[in-house]
Design a protein around this ligand. Sequence first.
Ligand code: ZN
Length: 155
Amino acid sequence: MPGAAPGLVLSSGPLKMAYVRGLIDYTLAKRAVLDSFRRGGLDRLDICDAHPELLRAAKNIGVAVPHPCPVCAKESLRQVRYVYGDQLKHLSGRPVYPENWELALSKQHDEFRCYTIEVCTECSWNHLTACCLMGRRYKPRQTPQTRARRGAKLS
Ligand SMILES: [Zn+2]
């Protein structure tokens, strides 16, 4: 998917990406943590410390990640996304569920942040994978080509 970070699993769809801006990919930070762990600078308890709520979300609504856990090598890696923003009010801080819920939020709110966290349900490894801004503010304007194509479909 163009524009998506390498470690980021997002459900596909041009509409979803249409409301996204400022994607920050934390892959390098993740590599630094894992390198430090492998060199002995961090121990397993330092990096495998997922909060019980995060683990519960990963087990029940997490999206499977198509590669093994970088710590325990088991196929138990999930991604959970959370939305935060003042405009979301009581919804701020909730995990994204059902899938694509953030797209519905994008149509209702001008701006909020969406954080993607990688979690291993076996060893409790967890790390922030990506963060992006979403909302109506980031809906792309129609280009003349888009309008022309839509007009062509209607006729
Ligand atoms: Zn693991």
